[in-house]
Design a protein around this ligand. Structure first.
Ligand code: ZN
Length: 219
């Protein structure tokens, strides 16, 4: 029974990331009846090619028709999503809070990764989390983070307004201690990425989100 439950939670995580990837790609022109297609040859994908993670393994990472490689980021992020929810469930985290935070951060991260901006309407997804978590909100830390990052942005235009907004909302939800850990881990990840690739410009929200997932699991 436990195995079945774990498999359901893992599949829920992978499917959620797969669904959010489609939403981020299509937003704001989402068509519920649209069938997924190969990005290269536009062939409509079969149901077997739509199973998160497994379809990548079954097709050996290529489109069956045009054989163009599928971006590895899709199965990797789906796998990471499944693993995150599974570890959260196994370590008895409050899934009522964890799943909504994971959903909105993943959507923002994919949007930022794909387009370099996030839609303000996506922030509305934080509202239910704020309502559920209304006993544990952190006004002062949010104000501190917003003021410091806005000042820093005036001195050196390195931080995007979306990054400031997301960090402020996370400080509001999670408190000063958590947000400082999130910023530290996200910056460390950027430094490691820079050391490996010499890339100097980063879309920061994917790093913030990944750091937030780690902090939510381990603190
Ligand atoms: Zn194709």
């Amino acid at each position: 029974m436990n195995y079945a439950f774990n498999l359901i939670i893992f599949t829920l995580g992978t499917s959620l990331v797969s669904f959010l990837t489609v939403i981020a790609h299509e937003y704001p022109h989402i068509k519920p009846t649209r069938r997924s297609k190969c990005d290269n040859c536009q062939r409509t994908l079969t149901w077997l090619e739509l199973i998160p993670v497994w379809s990548y393994l079954i097709t050996k990472g290529r489109c069956k028709y045009c054989t163009v490689p599928i971006d590895r980021l899709y199965p990797l992020t789906e796998f990471a999503g499944g693993t995150f929810l599974l570890v959260a469930a196994l370590t008895h985290k409050n899934l009522i809070i964890i799943i909504p935070i994971f959903t909105v951060l993943t959507l923002l991260a994919i949007s930022d990764h794909l387009f370099g901006y996030v839609y303000l309407t996506h922030y509305l997804l934080f509202v239910p989390i704020i309502i559920i978590n209304n006993q544990h909100l952190h006004f002062i830390p949010a104000l501190i983070i917003y003021t410091l990052l806005t000042l820093l942005n005036h001195l050196n235009k390195g931080i995007g307004s979306g990054d400031i907004e997301v960090l402020t909302i996370l400080a509001f939800l999670l408190g000063l201690d958590m947000i400082l850990k999130i910023i530290l881990i996200a910056c460390l990840a950027c430094i490691i990425h820079f050391t490996l690739t010499k890339k100097i410009k980063f879309r920061f929200i994917p790093y913030i989100s990944a750091a937030a997932y780690l902090c939510l699991l381990f603190w």
